[in-house]
Design a protein around this ligand. Structure first.
Ligand SMILES: *Cc1c(COP(=O)(O)O)cnc(C)c1O
Length: 402
């Protein structure tokens, strides 16, 4: 058998079921091609994608600038280890640093969970001389699947069966500043949280929470570390979501949208914190490779040159108006939470039938936390596409049975 061939969806699904480990729940659809917010399956059916690449496709599928940059780079230099300097990596570090308000310095890896592992190490290395090693995280969080980031993820369902978890983590309810204060002690090195919880159901930090944590960190010599793997790179209408709160973090972690759909993760740290990662303390073989770095540079360029931070805000306003109108008509819609292109529609019922109903009508959406329909659409989504998808969602949600 040749390694690649043109197969029907049915043949692909049959192979996958036979040869892949079954750790994912998949829809019986085989996708073959994408362009912007459209994606096609092997049978030629077209779908409108409100969740491109699980949040990685911030510019939609195959964005032309990223495609061009990768095409050029792949024929020039794909990968060299970090024993050498490369221009794309240096340019990317500067580009990210200049878009923070704290002149951060960067470390690159390949995924969100890896970025958070690096942050956990930073917290421990930074805290060590003061006897601090514990990290405070919050209920409903999601930080990744490797053992450190998974321990940081304060959701028992993700820990079940793979215990014991890593020592040195403490948890408090998200949004509860008094509980956070109670959970810390002299050994707490850092607080790690998403400014808007993604997987937890699109929950923004309530007013005063981030500010309060910043104060708590300052008072107790702890680092404020923000997981912006989902909220970063313009998703919410600012380069980083924490910029909406005007709170300065000490460490920010990135991945998902960072390289416009190419695998990449990163950490941006305050320079005096970043310097704690010295030669020998941490590394990632593929981290910051020229291919991913060029893709990330092209992503930043596209967002900036096409005015997409502002566009993210407009897209969010349009969705908010549509969903508020739906909520007024439908008692099953409990809440609408929108920050730019990070969008949650909380239902009184299980959201899985909504995802199925939309799929049957050619619209791709996500459901998280059982009852929250989550959208992370491309910043290039048009008004017409917003309306077309919202018409489908209206139809599906209005026909839900309580
Ligand atoms: C997706 C996600 C992660 C994990 O990223 P991976 O690339 O899957 O390891 C971590 N934190 C947040 C907030 C995420 O949304």
């Amino acid at each position: 058998m040749p390694a690649t061939d043109t197969l029907s969806s049915e043949q692909v699904i049959d192979l996958a079921k036979r040869y892949l480990i079954g750790n994912y729940t998949r829809y019986p659809v085989c996708l073959v091609r994408g362009e912007g917010s459209w994606v096609w399956d092997a049978e030629g059916n077209r779908y409108l994608d409100f969740f491109p690449g699980w949040g990685c496709g911030i510019l939609g599928h195959c964005p032309p600038r990223v495609v061009e940059a990768v095409r050029e780079q792949v024929a020039t230099l794909i990968h060299v280890p970090n024993t050498w300097y490369t221009e794309p990596q240096a340019l990317l570090a500067r580009a990210l640093s200049e878009r923070t308000d704290f002149g951060g310095v960067c470390f690159f890896c390949n995924s969100g969970t890896e970025a958070n592992e690096a942050a956990i190490k930073l917290a421990r290395l930074n805290g060590k001389p003061k006897g601090k090693y514990k990290i405070l995280t919050f209920t409903g969080s999601f930080h990744g699947r490797t053992m450190g980031a998974l321990t940081a993820t304060a959701q028992p369902k993700y820990h079940a069966g793979v215990e014991p978890m890593l020592p040195g983590f403490v948890y408090a309810p998200f949004g509860d500043l008094a509980a956070a204060e109670k959970a810390i002690d002299a050994e707490t090195a850092a607080v790690l949280l998403e400014p808007i919880q993604g997987e937890g159901g699109v929950n923004p930090a309530p007013p005063g929470f981030l500010e309060g944590l910043r104060e708590l960190c300052d008072k107790n010599g702890m680092l404020l570390m923000l997981d912006e793997v989902q909220t970063g790179m313009g998703r919410t209408g600012a380069w980083f979501a924490h910029q909406h709160w005007k709170v300065q973090p000490d460490v920010v972690t990135l991945a998902k949208a960072l390289a416009g759909g190419v695998a990449m993760g990163g950490v941006i740290a305050r320079p005096d914190v970043g310097e704690k990662l010295k030669p020998g303390t941490h590394a990632a073989t593929f981290g910051g490779n020229p291919l991913a770095a060029r893709a990330a540079l092209a992503t930043i360029e596209a967002i900036e040159q096409d005015g997409l931070l502002d566009r993210a805000v407009r897209i969010g306003e349009r969705f908010a108006a549509r969903f508020q109108a739906l909520k007024a008509k439908c008692p099953l819609v409990l809440d609408v939470r929108v920050k730019g292109t990070m969008i949650g529609l909380e239902l009184a019922v299980d959201g899985a039938p909504v995802v199925q109903g939309c799929l049957a009508k050619g619209l791709l959406v996500n459901c998280t936390h059982q009852t929250v329909i989550r959208l992370l659409p491309a910043l290039t989504l048009t008004d017409e596409q917003v309306d077309e998808g919202c018409d489908v969602l209206d139809d599906v949600v209005l026909n839900l049975k309580a």
